[in-house]
Design a protein around this ligand. Structure first.
Ligand code: ATP
Ligand code: MG
Length: 202
């Protein structure tokens, strides 16, 4: 019998994608023996409406550039292509339908986002077919006790090298004329400068 596929989904705004995201995805792939990791840049992120987010096509392009060197990484335009706002539930449901019962789905997230998961739309339905891999991130402590019992069973913690890299810091640096080299792939850095991203105040 064919072994079940184990598929990681890495969701994010990726504005821009950086080494924190890539290290986390690769650590999850290795640790949890994932067949592949699908990066899914968000469409209209519900929690980031307070600042203008770079158009989906450009975030998608940067995500593609950042992942070409890893044979296990793929990028999905699923959320970017949808005109309406996507909730993680909708996205995971779409992948669940696509891969069927023969695949196990793992949503990879930073530990800073784990406590928010409980507030997600249709979380009870989501955890019926999806597990979570939560990467520890500097400055955030994950208090397992704060998770609901049912969710705690579905969340696996994973330590990743402490990378204090964030997209907001990178955007800030670009605006200030500070270097961003070595914080993200060189191709993404070149894309940012070539297209004049992050020059204006947010
Ligand atoms: P912003 O600063 O704009 O919030 P971000 O760097 O947090 O951006 P997102 O696109 O919001 O990037 O994050 C996508 C996912 O990656 C989230 O689950 C987040 O917790 C995780 N993540 C982001 N940066 C890191 C990092 N340095 N180490 C581990 N996980 C990270
Ligand atoms: Mg964030």
């Amino acid at each position: 019998m064919r072994q079940k596929q184990r598929i990681g989904i890495m969701g994010g705004t990726f504005d821009p994608i950086h080494f924190g995201h890539l290290v986390t995805a690769e650590a999850a792939r290795h640790r949890f023996d994932l067949t592949k990791v699908i990066f899914v840049p968000s469409g209209h992120p519900p929690h980031k409406q307070n600042r203008p987010v770079t158009p989906g096509a450009e975030r998608l392009m940067m995500t593609l550039l950042a992942t070409v060197a890893n044979a296990h990484f793929v990028v999905s335009p699923w959320e970017v292509d949808r005109p309406q706002m996507s909730y993680t539930y909708d996205t995971m449901q779409a992948f669940h339908r696509e891969y069927g019962e023969q695949a196990e789905l793992f949503f990879i997230t930073g530990a800073d986002a784990v406590l928010e998961i409980m507030q997600w739309r249709k979380i009870d339905e989501l955890i019926d077919f999806c597990s979570f891999i939560a990467a520890t991130r500097p400055g955030y402590r994950l208090d397992g006790a704060a998770l609901s019992h049912k969710l705690a069973e579905k969340v696996a913690l994973m330590e990743v090298p402490a990378l204090a890299i964030s997209s907001s810091d990178i955007r800030h640096r670009v605006r200030q004329g500070e270097p961003i080299k070595y914080l993200l792939p060189e191709t993404v850095e070149m894309y940012i400068y070539k297209h004049g991203l992050y020059q204006k105040a947010e």
